[in-house]
Design a protein around this ligand. Structure first.
Ligand code: NAD
Length: 290
């Protein structure tokens, strides 16, 4: 396929590289000068989009996505697909989908999980919202960039799935970290804590797969000085998106709000910026009740 790829950052660059390596003709654009193996450079987003069957965007936020969409949609051929893989607010995703259909285009919101490691290895999971036909057309691209693509429903439902998942993740990571810190203070060995909880009803991905305690469970960022991994800053971004969506949908999310407030404090007032989101454990260890 002919593919335009806009936003060649930490995630976009390896995704574009994998598409090119699989034999697709990829033209890329980023506001900063980046060279990606196998990807030809366009002079503008519109130029990257011209004549493409699919234009992928991988951008920082909804505002930038809306601006880029306004630039590329008029340049795209009717029938082409705008595949947005950024994590943005549900409202921006839906607005971009509506704008695309006004130009005779299809749009998919397909945020990913799996991080930069998954982007490089081509093992991302895509959560996809939009038209089923467009999802099928993009299936070969999902297969190159990822290991799984789940069609979640209409436009915006990919973003909805992503922020609901990450709201659970933020909450369970905090719960796992505060419980580990309490276990330490009670004198319970971390290895025993892991052995019990990982096979009991307190189990979760945060405990079993991404254990925040160094030297316990499978290898995780805790074993690498809490270098991300999945940065606390990015978790905060996703929790803020989930709170914005909760406000729009009139959903009561007390745990999601508490997690959002705590990550905001950790990143913006304490020393959490640039650390993995599981660094909540050393944070709790240092603290006292009240
Ligand atoms: P990044 O900041 O490394 O990359 C974004 C790129 O977009 C940058 O290179 C930037 O120069 C470019 N850009 C900004 N404005 C532009 C414009 N108007 N036109 C063209 N290019 C423009 O961010 P990232 O880590 O690659 O993340 C991209 C998206 O993926 C975000 O929405 C993020 O939330 C999501 N995401 C990231 C991760 C991760 O682990 N990094 C995991 C899952 C999802």
């Amino acid at each position: 396929m002919k593919i335009g790829f806009i936003g060649l950052g930490n995630m976009g660059a390896p995704m574009a590289k994998n598409l090119a390596a699989a034999g697709h003709e990829v033209r890329g654009f980023d506001v900063t000068d980046v060279a990606v193996e196998g990807v030809s450079q366009a002079a503008s987003a519109a130029e990257a989009a011209q004549g493409a069957d699919v234009v992928v965007t991988m951008l920082p936020n909804g505002e930038i996505l809306r601006a880029v969409a306004a630039e590329i949609h008029p340049a795209m051929e009717p029938g082409a697909i705008h595949l947005d893989c950024s994590t943005v607010d549900v409202a921006s995703s839906q607005a971009v989908a509506e704008a695309a259909s006004g130009h005779g285009l299809s749009a998919l919101d397909a945020p990913v999980s799996g991080g930069t490691g998954g982007a490089a290895a081509g093992t991302l999971t895509f959560m996809v919202g939009g038209d089923a036909g467009a999802v099928e057309t993009c299936r070969p691209l999902f297969d190159v960039m990822g290991q799984k693509a789940v069609h979640c429903g209409a436009a915006g439902m990919g973003q909805a799935a992503k922020i609901c998942n990450n709201m659970i993740l933020g909450v369970t990571m905090i719960a796992t970290c505060e419980a580990f810190a309490m276990a330490d203070k009670l004198g319970l060995a971390r290895e025993a804590m892991f052995d019990v909880v990982s096979t009991s009803s307190g189990a979760s991905w945060s405990m079993n797969t991404y254990c925040p305690a160094p030297g316990v469970g499978p290898k995780s960022p805790a074993d690498n000085g809490y270098r991300p991994g999945f940065a606390a800053d990015l978790m905060l971004k996703d929790l803020r998106l989930s709170q914005a969506a909760a406000a729009t949908a009139d959903a009561d999310t007390p745990m999601g709000k508490a997690a959002c407030d705590l990550y905001a404090r950790f990143v913006e007032e304490e020393d959490g910026r640039g650390k993995d989101f599981s660094a909540m454990l050393p944070r709790f260890e240092k603290r006292h009740r009240g």
